[in-house]
Design a protein around this ligand. Sequence first.
Ligand code: FMN
Length: 143
Amino acid sequence: MPPKLTVVLDKATSTRALVEGSGTFVIQVPTAAQLHLTHAVGTRSLADEPDKLARAGVELFAREGHDLPFVAGCSAWLACRLIPEPHNQNTYDLFIGEVVAAWADTRVFSDGHWHFENADPSLRSLHYIAGGQFYAIGESLTV
Ligand SMILES: Cc1cc2nc3c(=O)[nH]c(=O)nc-3n(C[C@H](O)[C@H](O)[C@H](O)COP(=O)(O)O)c2cc1C
């Protein structure tokens, strides 16, 4: 079975209409260095600011064979195909994606493993709480 993931997309977001319209999306894994960029794109809407990505400093790049927008400077990217489930989408704002391709920066991921602990702290992934507060991924615990 191909890997899958879920995302919640509020009905108020423009992103939701883009995902529903194209049937595709990309999960971009932002880094600590992209703290302000991430907060900026997450607190403004394309509906109000059609140029919000450029204004936040987002640089997009293409990958051969994928008609999708990839954000430069992220540490990983998951190209997804929407598995349409209108009931889940309309009732719970829940979207299921099948991961069709994935890439990662080898400074933080290699040989099938993440190794943020050995990389520059600016490359650590961001995890949002609320109210403008994020955590960068922490220490590695191995059993
Ligand atoms: C770090 C961060 C993460 C967010 N994650 C989500 C999310 O998973 N789902 C969602 O519907 N909104 C999320 N939001 C809120 C949207 O990003 C916000 O409504 C945004 O303005 C939508 O932009 P759009 O209308 O251009 O799609 C998040 C906001 C921040 C700051």
